[in-house]
Design a protein around this ligand. Sequence first.
Ligand code: SD4
Length: 338
Amino acid sequence: MINRRKFLHLSALTAPLLAVKKSFASGMEASTKPIVVSTWKSGLPVNEAAWKILSANGRALDAVEAGARYMEDTIDCCVGLGGYPDRDGIVTLDSCIMDEHANCGAVAGIERIKHPVSVARKVMELTPHVILVGAGAQEFAVQNGFPLESGELSESAKKAYADWLKKSEYKPVINIENGKGNGPFAPQFFDDGSPNHDTMGLVALDASGNLSGAVTTSGMAFKVHGRVGDSPIIGAGLYVDNEVGAATSSGLGEEVIRICGTHLVVEFMRQGYSPENACKKAVERIVKRDPVKAKTLQVGFLALNKKGQHGAYAVQKGFEYSIKSGSETTTYASKFLI
Ligand code: SD4
């Protein structure tokens, strides 16, 4: 008899053949909670931070904030103040958070603040608004006790920026783990050789059966100053509907915004699609719009439904996601369309 973990690993290798069978297997599953799922292999320690809260019967909202904060504290290319800057050499951060009541908050283009996800939560809890941007977001953060950090680039960001300046090309490329360290997403590697890149999006289902999600990113590296991606946009980089499920995204934000990506994924789950198939249908929407351009970009969606079933789908090979539940700590390779 094949267990779920073996089945998913196998199905990642033989996606087309097993697609129907897998949906059947998902439909038979009992509900799993609590559970947290996050983008990329770098999501493993993020999930651990969230798990401390989930495993103590804490709220999904607190768990996703803790997970995002963990990543914001970690020097890496694509999240937090250690992330890569825009083309003017300035690190600008995007983040959002959403709870089980559809309360949500976000900050976009915020500078010199270490924990944008917590500022996003304050926007949600202390203001009647959803998104604050740029200088106003920073002012709000400082007024609410967040320290103003130096704004100096991390060593890895300085180097990546100096390399990028040689050509100064703004040309989004596929952010697959090719190990070459080239392109705007410029993968870096941990000492053990594992990839260390990309936006952190995570969604969680707590022991009470409530869903929440958070996203945090420095956005696309070397972007035009002022550019906002999908990550802080509710319905693009993150969406939570406590009746149905939650979804997050990683990749070229403009393509996700165009189709209101994560809202679309959640709506497909509402129609009865499994998390994986809901993500696949959203990816198909992106590819259908411009099949030629789609060959040059990456977008990955990750979804979790109300039963704790999870799944992902990406435009290209290379997207992965990590999960943590009472019985499983795993990184999965996402299936892909092209
Ligand atoms: C953006 N979605 O700003 C982000 C980029 C990213 O993994 O790093 N995605 O468009």
